[in-house]
Ligand binder design. Structure first.
Ligand code: HEC
Length: 138
């Protein structure tokens, strides 16, 4: 592992034995080198985590958005209310597809007009956040 970080560090942070990130420094000091390796390890983990978490929506932002614009019809945590369908408990792709379709004005059920109006202002990011929140909202 240490070897890997050392190579990673060399690739991203060093040019001709000199550090080129996080300010100027020369590696005649072991502690300083270790510190920069540590920093590079953090950068590396973020790069590895981003694809698995970065593309998924943010549940908290989704919840805020939901409570602001959707709760009045679909009820608390998307559980559904009267004639408004339950929207929680569906896989993320199901919800994102529905919301994108409504946003494009494509009818889904008998009462799509309302939803088309509601989905129009949603951004891609908001749709991802809402879907992430609704997947297992309780
Ligand atoms: C004015 C009431 C109203 C509001 C506000 C509203 N919806 Fe809806 N929603 C509906 C109705 C009615 C339907 C069923 C539409 C149809 O027949 O296609 C629906 C359908 C849906 C569906 C598809 C359900 C399924 O499985 O077919 C999703 C997902 C959804 N709404 C999410 C949302 C989200 C997210 C928001 C907030 C941005 C929202 N809705 C705001 C009334 C509303």
């Amino acid at each position: 592992m240490d070897f890997f970080f050392a190579r990673f560090h060399k690739f991203f942070f060093e040019r001709d034995g000199k550090c080129v990130r996080f300010g100027r420094c020369e590696f005649d000091n072991r502690r300083e080198r270790a510190l920069h390796r540590y920093a590079s390890a953090i950068v590396l983990s973020m790069a590895l985590i981003a694809p698995t978490h970065g593309f998924g929506g943010d549940k908290e932002l989704g919840e805020t958005r939901y409570n602001a614009s959707c709760k009045n019809c679909h009820g608390k945590a998307g559980k559904g209310a009267a004639s408004y369908p339950k929207v929680s408990g569906n896989p993320v792709p199901y919800t994102t597809e529905k919301l994108r379709a409504y946003r494009e004005g494509i009818k889904q059920g008998a009462n799509s007009a309302l939803m088309i109006m509601m989905a129009k202002p949603l951004t891609d990011e908001e749709i991802d956040n809402l879907a992430a929140y609704l997947e297992d909202a309780t």
